[in-house]
Structures are given as C-alpha cells and as structure tokens.
Design a protein around this ligand. Structure first.
Ligand code: GUE
Length: 284
C-alpha cells in the first residue's frame, strides 16, 4: 500500500481564498486586519518563515507590520516594542518569532503579548483558556493539524491518536485540542521519556510526530492503514527532513509530508487567527 497524501499546500490555498472573502467583508465595515511580527536576530530559518507569513498576508488582504531587532536586543527594548504593538490600533494580532536569542526568555516574552492580540494562541492566558474550554485564539500548528484531518474526511471522534512530542507549541496543546468534546479523540502523549514508543504508535489510528528528531518513527512502528502526520522539521544539507522515516509511506493509509503538509497549514491558521481577532471588533 502507498499512502494517500494529506496535501497541506493545496488546502492552505483553499483556506486563504475563504479568508480573503472574510477580509473583504471586514473592509466593507472599515476594518483592515493587520498582522505584526517581531523577529529578533538573523537566523536564516526564522527570517524565511517570517517573510513567508508576510507574503501570505499580502495574498489575503491583511496589512503587515514588521518589527526587526538585532540579535543582542535586551529585555527592556523588546518589552518596549511589544508594548507598542499592544497599543497600535492597526495591529489586530501579532507574533513574537520563537526561539528568541539566549538572553531573552521565550515564556517571558509570550506573557507580555496582549492576550486579545495573541495570533499564536501561546499566551499563558490563552493556553489556560484551551484547558478551560473557553473560546480564544488557538495555537496555529495544532489548529492546522485538526483542519488538515477534518477537511480530508478523516474521522477524529473515537480515534486512538498517538502524539509523539510534548512541546509547548505543538504536542501538548494538540493533546488538549483533540480531547475536547468537539473532537472526542483518545490521546496518548509520548515523549523522549517514553519506554516503548513503538507499542504506543502501533496501537494508534492516527500518529502525529512532533519531536524534532529526524526519522524517529519508522514503518514497522505503524499499524497498516493508519493516518500519519509529520510535524518535525530538521534542516540538513540534503534539505528538510521530518520525524517520519520514508518507510512510513509504505504502511500508512494517509501521510502528511514535510514539506507540503502541516507547515503551510500552520501559516494559514495564523491568518485565520488574525481574521478572527479582527471580526471580534466587528461584533464589539
Ligand atoms: N511565534 C512563533 N510562531 C510560530 O508559528 C513559529 C515560531 N514562532 N517559530 C518557528 C516555528 C516553525 N514554524 C513553521 C511555519 C511554517 C512552516 C512551513 O511553511 N514549512 C514549509 C517549508 C518551508 C521551508 O522550505 O522552509 C513546509 O513544511 O512545506 C515551517 C515552520 C512556525 N513557527
């Protein structure tokens, strides 16, 4: 068997078309959504992600506000720039690109973002809202994964889902999302301390690998026909490598690849969060 592809690029294009219509409606009411990005330092990977986000914005009709700071930026300077975005009426939502350089603490910076402008859904209050079941911006990658499964007709309710990875941006919030009543999956959250990873992945209808370890999950660890979603992205000389070994494709029923799977969906969900935050102004 060769897996059917979960095409995140194609779906992201469809979703961007839907968002462009919602942005046009907002424009009729005099509201132009604006996405801000804060990039500290000049990591080439981060720089290219941020550039991609602004290209997406242009396609959908969202305004861009780009803040770029040198790698040696101190805490006071970063806090001041974040306060400016919190106060800027043109900025509907924004993100602080992670990871920050070592002198700046990621969690400290996330806590400074106005929770009502939190396009990443990573402010502690919004992660708390996710635990409580209170509507709030959702973390982009978990939201994108659920959307990728849903819109390809994959049954989530009742599924046994094995998540590999407990990070704050993907694994942990994804577990919270999938176990809500509205998703109703049963989740096993595995990590580097899991004793017998293969026993858990083999038992799953859906395996989602987000550990950032190239080739961690191999075909012999997958139940034939299972849905396999790759989230890990590691840059090598040979290009981008995911957490799912190529042998998984021979066993899986569905396969979300790196690149072209979850990455483009993450970007689309960032836009979706910004549009949702702008629509709140319409209702207010
Ligand atoms: N505050 C914050 N929010 C984030 O959402 C965030 C972040 N920091 N820091 C870094 C990670 C990583 N991330 C990606 C988004 C899209 C692709 C993506 O579109 N990838 C393409 C390939 C792009 C390429 O070739 O590099 C794909 O998978 O097809 C990848 C990675 C968002 N992140």
């Amino acid at each position: 068997m060769t897996a059917q592809i979960l095409d995140g690029r194609a779906l992201a294009t469809t979703i961007k078309g839907e968002l462009a219509e919602r942005v046009a409606k907002l424009a009729e009411a005099g509201i132009v959504p604006g996405l801000g990005t804060v990039l500290v330092g000049d990591d080439p990977g981060s720089r290219s992600y941020v550039a991609g986000k602004h290209r997406d914005c242009a396609q959908v009709g969202i305004a861009s506000i780009q803040v770029e700071l040198p790698a040696d930026t101190g805490a006071d300077e970063l806090a001041a720039r974040i306060a400016e975005l919190n106060a800027d009426p043109a900025c509907t939502g924004y993100i602080v690109q992670l990871p920050l350089p070592p002198q700046l603490d990621d969690n400290w910076a996330l806590g400074l973002v106005d929770p009502d402008k939190d396009a990443d859904g990573l402010h502690p209050a919004n992660l708390g809202n996710l635990v409580l079941g209170v509507p709030a911006p959702l973390p982009c990658t978990p939201k994108g994964i659920v959307e990728l499964l849903r819109r390809n007709g994959i049954e989530i309710a009742g599924a046994e889902v094995c998540i590999v990875g407990r990070g704050t941006t993907v694994g942990r919030p994804l577990g919270l999302l999938l176990t809500r009543k509205s998703e109703n999956a049963t989740v096993t959250l595995c990590h580097t301390g899991t004793t017998d990873l293969a026993a858990h992945t083999r038992n799953a209808d859906i395996v989602i690998a987000a550990a950032g370890r190239p080739g961690l999950v191999t075909g012999d660890m997958i139940r034939p026909g299972a849905v396999c979603v790759d989230v890990g992205i590691t840059r090598t000389d040979a290009g981008l490598v995911g957490d799912l070994d190529p042998s998984v494709r021979e066993v899986a029923g569905w396969f979300a690849p790196v690149p072209g799977g979850v990455g483009p969906m993450t970007r689309a969900m960032l836009l979706s969060n910004v549009v949702e935050l702008a629509e709140r102004r319409l209702e207010a």
